[in-house]
Design a protein around this ligand. Sequence first.
Ligand code: NDP
Length: 459
Amino acid sequence: MDKDYDLITIGAGSGGVAASRRAAAHGAKVLVIEGDRVGGTCVIRGCVPKKLMMYAAGFSQAFEEARGYGWRDAGGRFEMSDWAAAKAAEIDRLEGIYRNLLSGSGVERRAGWARLKGPGEVEVNGEVLRAPRILLATGGRPAADAFPGLELAMTSNEVLDLTTVPESLLVIGGGFIAVEFASILAGLGARVTLAFRDVLPLRGFDADLRRRLADALAARGVAIASGAGFASLRKVASGFEVERLDGSVLAAAAVLNATGRRPNTAGLGLDRAGVATDRFGAVVVDHDSRSTVPGIWAIGDLTNRRNLTPVAIAEGRAFADTEFGASPARVDHRVVAAAVFTDPPIGTVGLTESQAVELGPVDVYESEFRPMKTAFVGGQQRSYMKLIADGLSGRVLGVHMLGPDAPEIVQSLSVALTCGASKRDFDRTIAVHPTAAEEFVLMREPSRRLPAREPGRAA
Ligand code: NDP
C-alpha cells in the first residue's frame, strides 16, 4: 500500500498526543490532525481550567480560616474577569507546550477536521492522506438531549469561560461535572442548587462517600434538590425555570447542564468506513483498542470505557507500544483511581463496599475525624476514610476518602492496590505524623465484617 505516514491520529487531545508521541519515539512517521485547539478537553476546556477555578474558589474558605489563625484583614472581592484573563493566558501557555511536545517528538500536525475515507485513507481539507494505521482519539462532547429545552443551558465549556459569577446557578445532574461545578460556584459566591434524579449524587461511588458528599455540599450552602427527573427547561425574564417530573419548578439566573457526555463521532465518517458503534455512539473496541475494522483503532472517551484523561493516555501509549514498539502492552482497566474536585474533594480506587460483598466476605475499616487545620478554627467539616479488605485473604480491595487532600492521598495508595497490598502491609507501614493520610495505616479494628452477599439479595 502507498502510504504518506505510518500512523494518522485524528484528535490532538491527551490520548491522541500521547499515542502519537510514543509511536514517533518508536520510529514511526506520524501525522496528527486536529480541528480545534491542541490539548483537547482536559487542557483546554476540562480538568485544567476547572482546577484553576477550584483554586480560585478555595480562597473564600481560606480567608475565613486565616482570620481564625490570627490574620487580620484577610479577604477581598473576587473579580472573575481577572481570573478569566489569567486562566486564558495559562491555557495558551499549556497549549504551546503541547504543540512543542508534538513537534519536538517529530510528529507532524495539520489543522482541520478529518474524515475516514476508505481503508487506510483519511480526508482533511479536501486532501486524501494514507496510512496503514489510523487512530481515532476525538474524545467526547456534552450531551444536551436529556429533556426539551436543555440546549438553552450552559455546559462545562461555557462555565469555564464565565467572566462574572452568576447570582444564582441551577446545576442539572449529579455526576462528576455537576458536583464539581456546584461546589466551585458556591465557593465563588453564587447561590447554587444541585438538582439530580437519584437520591444521592455520584451514582456508582461508594454509598458512604455519596451520603457524606451530599451533606458536605449542603453544609457549604448548596441546596440539594434530589429524587426527581426533569420535564423541561425554559427561559424566563429572570433567567431560567426547570420543571421536574414531580411537578415542582426550580428557578435560577443561570443553568448548567451536566447530564453527561457523548462520544465525539460527528463527521468522522465511521459509517462509511464500517466502524461499529454501540448504543451510546461509542466506537466498539477490543482489549487492544482495535475497532471492528482492521487498521483502525480508537482510544479515550470516544470508546466510553473509563472516561478519564490518564486512561486515554494509557490506552494511547499501549496502542503505540503494541503496534510500533518491541513489547506489546495492554491497559488494565480494573484498578483506576479517580478524584472528584469538590470541596471537600473525593479520592477513590478499587471496589465500593457493595461491589466487594458481591465477591466474598469483607472487612470494612473506617475513620472519621475533624481535620486539624479546620478544627482549630472551629470548623465542623469532617474527613472520612474507608478501607475495604477481602475477609479471607486480607487483600485491600478498595480505598475511599472524602476530605482535604483526598485525591493526593488516594493517588499514592493506588500504587499499593495495583501491587496487590494486603491489610497486613498497611498495618506494618509506619505512619507519617501528623498527617491525615496516616489514618489509613492506623486502622486496627474493622467497623464491620460482612459475609458475602447472597446472590440476588439487594444491598
Ligand atoms: P456523569 O456520567 O458523571 O454524570 C451524568 C449525570 O447526568 C448523572 O448524574 C446522571 O444521572 C445525569 N443524567 C443523565 N441523563 C439524565 C437524564 N435524562 N435526566 C436527568 N439526569 C440525567 O457525566 P459528567 O458529564 O458529569 O462527566 C462525564 C465524564 O467526564 C465522567 O464520567 C468522568 O469520567 C469525566 N470527568 C472526570 C472528572 C474528574 O476526573 N474529576 C471531572 C469531570 C468529568 P444518573 O446517575 O441518575 O444516571
